[in-house]
Design a protein around this ligand. Structure first.
Ligand code: ASP
Length: 335
């Protein structure tokens, strides 16, 4: 664990398998609360969580807000439009200004790779990376592992294909790391122009056609990240769709279909497979809340857990209170 990232969740690289499992066990214990009529725990009462989103978001921002509110934190959503960012205020000055409100956590999304790590250097708050350019989106990967494990069981030896614009996708990078740490075999597939050179170093295989797609237990599809494209990477959309779209002809009946959203229907996925029973896209969205609750819990409450607060789930299944405390001291998400 790097001392710089000890209090934060910036990257899946910071987590080992035990750390991932611990968060996912915690998330599973929170799933029970999500099913209650009154969805509230007192864990983070009186603590402030700041959502700082410099890029568009539907799922990530809303689920972080719901997660923090379910844990009784006070949440402020900051977006640069309408703020002094439009008057030229820098990210550093904005973070230092907002840190004067003493937030316990800052959840940051930013178009530049490495932005979350920089924010961590400017604030006393715990920082959660909610997507930094094409670098990483660790909570997406955690909720993906959570969702897939619940659907098909432990990922050891399972085959996951990630298809599409791997080059510009932070989800691809975080997912390759997370799925392989959990024992899965990951294959990335897409046009050569959209696969970064040397990606095998992350522990995955590369394919350029969908010919062997049927070997996959899970098919994870990605949107073209047009907002990060500086060039033309494919000859035409029509050709891309013909070669790489996952549709009913290509998806086998036992394969699980995943997508981080937003889906461009008719491009990376046909409408019929989005709406098929194999798709777990809505389950991924649902998992986003409990997994982000677990991350906030680990960062803000896990380290000081001695006796559980009333209404707070106890140690996650398979985790003793003492293991929780010692992991708190060593885990890369808890400092
Ligand atoms: N929502 C994901 C992200 O923020 C995937 C996407 O936008 O395509 O990276």
């Amino acid at each position: 664990m790097s001392p710089a990232t000890g209090r934060h969740l910036l990257s899946i690289e910071d987590l080992d398998r035990d750390g991932i499992e611990r968060i996912l066990d915690r998330a599973a214990s929170f799933a029970e609360v999500s099913g209650r009529e009154i969805k509230k725990l007192p864990t983070l009462r009186g603590r402030r969580v700041l959502n700082l989103f410099y890029e568009n978001s539907t799922r990530t921002r809303s689920s972080f807000e719901i997660a923090a509110k379910t844990l009784s934190a006070d949440v402020t959503n900051f977006s640069p439009s309408g703020s002094s960012v439009e008057k030229g205020e820098s990210l550093k000055d904005t973070v230092q200004t907002l840190s004067a409100y003493d937030p316990a956590a800052i959840v940051i999304r930013h178009p530049h790779a490495g932005a979350a790590a920089m924010v961590a250097g400017w604030t006393a708050a715990a920082v959660v990376n909610a997507g930094d350019g094409k670098h990483e989106h660790p909570t997406q990967a955690l909720l993906d592992v959570y969702t897939l494990t619940r659907r098909i069981g432990p990922l050891d030896g399972k085959r996951v294909w990630i298809i599409g614009d791997i080059l510009h996708s932070r989800v691809a990078r975080s997912d390759i790391l997370a799925f392989t740490k959990m024992g899965a075999h990951v294959t990335v597939c897409g046009p050569p122009t959209l696969i970064p050179r040397g990606i095998e170093a992350l522990g995955c295989d590369v394919r350029y056609t969908l010919d062997d797609l049927r070997e996959a237990d899970a098919v994870y599809t990605l949107r073209m990240q047009k907002e990060r494209m500086t060039d033309s990477y494919i000859p035409s959309l029509r050709e891309y769709v013909a070669t790489y779209q996952v549709n009913a002809r290509r998806l086998g009946p036992r394969q699980v279909l995943m997508h981080p959203g937003p889906v461009n229907r008719g491009v990376e996925l046909s409408g019929e497979v989005v709406d098929s029973p194999q798709a777990v896209i809505t389950a991924q969205v649902e998992a986003g809340v409990v997994v982000r609750m677990a991350v906030l819990y680990e960062l803000l409450a896990g380290a000081r857990t001695t006796a559980p607060e009333p209404g707070t789930p106890g140690p996650a299944p398979g985790t003793t209170a003492s293991a929780t405390r010692s992991l708190s001291a060593t885990s890369s998400v808890v400092g």
